[in-house]
Design a protein around this ligand. Structure first.
Ligand SMILES: [Zn+2]
Length: 244
């Protein structure tokens, strides 16, 4: 049955277990990695150091044009009803996970045209093999079932939720209308795993900047890494915050 325009605009009213047509694969992937993570945690509560060391591979984010398009759309209409991932509109779980399988994909040609041609075309066929490789990498490298669970599902669930927290947790501000992004300062030691993404208010204020932690005490591991790449000549044209 076709949804009316009003029903489409309130996508979060849909039951959470119902993906929209065309997003069944995303929903199945999310259920699969969570299920495997639970089994992995029961069988191997703690991974070995060798397995931890090998987990820094592929995070399953998919085609760059798709997440860049989602990201630019989010910035263009932040926390308005047109925003695909706003907790202000659909609540925490909508912003955290549900929008991934209950919204139409952002138009890549409109929002990220420079990433849809040339070398980026390879993502059209590479996306699924990379996801499969991400899930099975532990077994492929001969690290047994512990490697399978910890390097596959558990690592993917960790990187997925860290990314999703940017959409949910860091948009729980009080703004009456529009941008409700906040800097989350209370992470303590978990700050080291957030890669600076918790300074999300800073990111919305200086959207073009690669640096998210603007003060010396705002830990920003991602920025330190980019700064280092620039220092040794492996990154160039790195954008910094505007002077204001
Ligand atoms: Zn945001």
């Amino acid at each position: 049955m076709e949804l009316s325009a009003t029903q489409q605009a309130r996508r979060w009213d849909r039951p959470f277990w119902k993906p929209i047509r065309g997003k069944e694969g995303v929903f199945t992937y999310l259920v699969l990695i969570h299920l495997l993570s639970v089994i992995g945690l029961i069988l191997f509560p703690l991974p070995s150091l060798k397995v931890i060391g090998m987990t820094l591979l592929f995070n399953g984010s998919g085609h760059p044009a798709s997440w860049v398009a989602y990201h630019r759309l989010h910035h263009a209409v932040t926390d308005l009803p047109e925003d695909i991932s706003s907790p202000k509109q659909g609540g925490f779980w909508w912003a955290h996970l549900r929008w991934l399988y209950q919204t139409e994909p952002a138009d890549k040609k409109h929002w990220a045209p420079e990433l849809t041609g040339g070398i980026y075309r390879m993502w059209g066929w590479a996306e699924t093999p990379v996801i499969l490789l991400s899930i099975f990498i532990g077994l492929i490298l001969g690290l047994g079932w512990m490697g399978f669970f910890w390097m596959g599902a558990l690592r993917l669930v960790y990187s997925l939720h860290l990314q999703c927290l940017v959409n949910s947790l860091t948009h729980l501000g009080e703004a009456k209308e529009g941008d409700s992004s906040i800097n989350v300062w209370w992470l303590g030691p978990f700050q080291l795993t957030a890669w600076g993404e918790n300074w999300h208010k800073n990111h919305h204020t200086h959207a073009g900047s690669a640096r998210l932690g603007l003060r010396w005490y705002q830990t920003d591991i991602g920025w330190y890494f980019i700064w280092m790449l620039e220092a040794i000549g492996l990154a160039h044209s790195v954008k910094r915050p505007r002077a204001s």
